[in-house]
Write a protein that binds this ligand. Sequence first.
Ligand code: CYC
Length: 169
Amino acid sequence: MRDAVTNLIKNYDVTGRYLDRNAMDTLKAYFESGTARIAAASVINSNSGNIVRSAGIKLFEEVPELIRAGGNAYTTRRYSACLRDMDYYLRYASYALVAADTNVLDERVLQGLRETYNSLGVPIGPTVRGIQIMKDMVKEMVAAAGVFNTAFIDEPFDHMTRELSEVSY
Ligand SMILES: CCC1=C(C)/C(=C/C2=NC(=C\c3[nH]c(/C=C4\NC(=O)[C@H](C)[C@H]4CC)c(C)c3CCC(=O)O)/C(CCC(=O)O)=C2C)NC1=O
């Protein structure tokens, strides 16, 4: 698992360089965004249940076939598995936001996921949509908590949807 700082140090160590001007700029940007990153993690932590539930409702309103007979989220077991997956995406997104690095997502969430989904018939398109709905909700809540620039919140959510679908958003 990496974060913005360990990643930077690793890159400089590989080539035996001292931390130069570029490194300082990267570090400054990371530490300056720190308060906003913590605010985002805190908003996610205190609203996770609500975010997952509301995003699930919105997703099933948009794609009602999912919960009809024959849909992948049909039956209570699969419905709960779907919301559990949404909860995984949200929780790991909060880790990646604090780390300012998406490596934790590659290592803990995305590895082998497409293959698993394909073999179980879990549709990727609606999964991507569910992740994007959560992103929009989190951004709105973090803005309401007083964070002016919430663009950094896109990164982990867009990374997961990009890797899942291999399409850019
Ligand atoms: C922390 C990393 C991690 C992830 C990401 C993860 C995902 C994951 N989701 C799964 C299943 C599943 N995932 C879904 C999800 C959905 N179906 C839909 O129609 C919707 C589009 C979507 C919800 C948004 C469903 C319904 C299943 C159960 C499929 C089945 O068993 O038939 C499975 C198969 C095993 C199981 O059922 O637990 C895995 C491994 N597991 C992990 O450990």
